[in-house]
Design a binder for this molecule. Structure first.
Ligand SMILES: [Zn+2]
Length: 240
């Protein structure tokens, strides 16, 4: 199994690893800093190099239980030492958008009693789906923007804690974290990665996040549309 270095340090940009297996257009490594697409967050991009050749990493995904780094053709053999580097600009954008989505979701939960149904964090076109939310007019949009920005401006520390399953579940439930997301964590997961945004939000999340909400800037809510019965998709961007 590939060790996911981002789980304990979201700010790592480079790493050394060994090729454990290789396909025509991918490698599996013993460890990686690349974020494998999932949980709503899009893949990291970057490069892998053996010192002679540097190859672009097009996407990283979990396929058949393996974390595969998809390459533009794979020149690397099993056992080779590689140096990897992620596209930090893209990653940091993902971190800012993802932490912001957590704050937006909590804000909507507290003030409008809606649940987050899903999310897609991709720089420049991030969105999340909320239910029950039939409409989202200009007035509400402005209120939510102002409310979320007020939270972001508190410069809240973002902390990651690893907790045993049972402890994490009761910790999260006490703080009104959505049960449907808890239920989505497979039984085999015995340790939870719990994300705390100051005393405002808690979540179970494997994604990458900023250390402080001051890194996010401000939310700008864009268009929204209905994507199912009572489900509204809200798009957002970030400004400084
Ligand atoms: Zn998350």
């Amino acid at each position: 199994m590939t060790e996911l270095l981002h789980m304990s340090d979201n700010y790592l940009r480079e790493f050394d690893a060994v090729v454990k297996s290789a396909g025509e257009d991918y490698v599996v490594l013993n460890r990686t800093v690349f974020y494998p697409e999932g949980g709503g967050q899009s893949t990291d991009h970057g490069t892998l190099s053996d010192g002679r050749r540097t190859v672009d990493v097009l996407e990283v995904r979990k396929v058949e239980g393996e974390i595969r780094h998809k390459l533009d053709g794979c020149p690397f053999d099993i056992g080779v030492d590689l140096h990897g580097e992620i596209d930090w600009k893209r990653r940091h954008e993902n971190m800012r958008f993802h932490t912001c989505q957590h704050v937006l979701s909590r804000y909507l939960q507290i003030h409008y009693n809606v649940e987050t149904k899903g999310n897609n964090i991709t720089p420049g076109r991030s969105r999340a789906d909320y239910t029950p939310l039939e409409s989202f007019d200009e007035d509400m949009k402005r209120k939510v923007e102002a409310g979320v920005n007020e939270i972001l401006d508190k410069n809240l520390e973002v902390e990651i804690k690893f907790m045993p399953r049972a402890e994490a579940i009761s910790f999260l439930k006490e703080r009104e974290y959505q049960t449907r997301y808890l239920e989505m964590v497979p039984e085999s997961v015995q340790e939870f990665r719990v994300l705390l945004i100051g005393d405002y939000d808690v979540a179970s999340c494997a994604g990458t996040h900023v250390k402080n909400t001051s890194e996010i800037g401000h939310i700008k809510i864009g268009k929204s549309k209905n994507v199912g019965a009572g489900v509204r998709r809200i798009y957002f961007t970030l400004t400084d």
